[in-house]
Structures are given as structure tokens and as C-alpha cells.
Design a protein around this ligand. Structure first.
Ligand SMILES: Nc1nc2c(ncn2[C@@H]2O[C@H](COP(=O)(O)OP(=O)(O)O)[C@@H](O)[C@H]2O)c(=O)[nH]1
Ligand SMILES: [Mg+2]
Length: 207
């Protein structure tokens, strides 16, 4: 009946995995993508993934960028971060240092995105290793509250809360895009008194 009707393009939500090496960024990504726990994913390999999912009744595409240390080069890292619409900031509950490192990732992301309300979840992974816990739920929750973001514990091994973190983040990206009237979403900065926004307000029109 409605043959020939052009379909609206699929909405794409761009997610970036950040966190120290070894916390389970790749394991979480691969568990979400393929329902498998991959124990020996190449630690230095960054890769991107895409998948169509149904988010609250709407078919959308999720693009996931799984970073892997190249972020040490500031220029590469900033490019990655700039392209992201939402961030899963992962640490391992078994490694205090990885929890401390989340401060640096948060700072780097805010510097690039200039937006305190960027969709962002603090993720405490490896919750199946409770006996090796070094980061208390209280400490993690306190940091998340300070940042005004959710804190969720996951296990890439048992799949606990894996879908939840990706879907919750997509919901928060969707809300953000609805609040920002620019069709591209993501590109506009909400001007919350940063003062830097006067630079480079050029528009690029493709003819
Ligand atoms: N027990 C357990 N091990 C995990 C979990 N997530 C990742 N790992 C292990 O931790 C190591 C590092 O994981 P990986 O995904 O490569 O970390 P990445 O460097 O952050 O990408 C691997 O040996 C994984 O098998 C988890 O939720 N539970
Ligand atoms: Mg990895």
C-alpha cells in the first residue's frame, strides 16, 4: 500500500568505550554484540562495531568504538572523543587504579565535548569477582553522584547488566538529541557559559 514511500533514515547512536587497559571494555562490547565472553581479545586493538537494535520500539543503530590505549596520543584520543555521543567509562571493581583513572577519562571527555551533561555512565565491571573487590559500591556511587551520572556494575563474564548499560546510554543519547534541535545531533554545544564558543562558528554547506 505505501509502496514507494521513502523511509526515514535509521537513527545512529555513537557510543565510546573508555577506561584503563584490562578493565573489560572489549569483553563488554563483544558480549553485547555477539553474546559471547571473549577472554583473550587483543589488548592493543581498537575497533568499531555496529548493530541494529530495537530501543523502546524504535529500530536504531548503535555504533560502538572500543578504544585501546591509542588514546595516549592526545590528538587521536580527542578525535575519538569528539565523534562520540555517549560514553561508557569503565573500571574494574578489582582494581583501585582503574577506578582512579576514570577521573582522567572524565576530564578528557569534558574538555573535548565542553558539555557537563554529555550522556555518560560510570561502569564498574567484573562484578562476578566479588571476592577480589577493591572498589566499594559507596565510593563508586559517590563519584557518580558528584558527576551527576548513573553508576552500574556489570559482568562481561555472566552478562549481568551488559544490555542495561548500552541501552541506558542510548536512552540518554536519545533524550539529548531531542533536546538539541540540530538534526545532526551531537555537533552543537549547549552553551552553558563556557565562553569559548565564539571561535569557529563556521557552517559547512555541501552542495
Ligand atoms: N571475571 C571477569 N573477567 C573479565 C570481565 N571482563 C573482562 N574480563 C577479563 O579481563 C581481561 C581484560 O579484558 P578486556 O576486555 O580485554 O579489557 P580491555 O583492555 O578493557 O578491553 C580479559 O582476560 C577478560 O577475560 C568480567 O566481567 N569478569
Ligand atoms: Mg580491549
Amino acid at each position: 500500500m505505501s509502496k514507494g514511500k521513502t523511509q526515514a533514515p535509521t537513527v545512529i547512536h555513537k557510543v565510546i568505550m573508555v577506561g584503563s587497559g584490562g578493565v573489560g571494555k572489549s569483553a563488554l562490547t563483544l558480549q553485547f554484540m555477539y553474546d559471547e565472553f571473549v577472554e583473550d581479545y587483543e589488548p592493543t586493538k581498537a575497533d568499531s562495531y555496529r548493530k541494529k537494535v530495537v530501543l523502546d520500539g524504535e529500530e536504531v543503530q548503535i555504533d560502538i568504538l572500543d578504544t585501546a590505549g591509542q588514546e595516549d596520543y592526545a590528538a587521536i584520543r580527542d578525535n575519538y572523543f569528539r565523534s562520540g555521543e555517549g560514553f561508557l567509562c569503565v573500571f574494574s571493581i578489582t582494581e583501585q587504579d582503574s577506578f582512579q583513572a576514570t577521573n582522567d577519562f572524565r576530564e578528557q571527555i569534558l574538555r573535548v565535548k565542553s558539555d557537563e551533561n554529555i550522556p555518560f555512565l560510570l561502569v564498574g565491571n567484573k562484578m562476578d569477582l566479588e571476592e577480589k573487590r577493591q572498589v566499594s559500591i559507596e565510593d563508586a556511587t559517590a563519584r557518580a553522584q558528584q558527576w551527576n551520572v548513573p553508576y552500574v556494575e556489570t559482568s562481561a563474564k555472566t552478562r549481568a547488566n551488559v544490555d542495561k548499560v548500552f541501552f541506558d546510554l542510548m536512552r540518554s543519547i536519545r533524550v539529548k538529541k531531542q533536546a538539541t534541535p540540530s538534526s545532526g545531533g551531537g555537533k552543537k554545544q549547549s552553551n552553558t557559559g563556557g565562553g569559548k564558543d565564539k571561535r569557529k562558528k563556521k557552517k559547512c554547506i555541501i552542495l
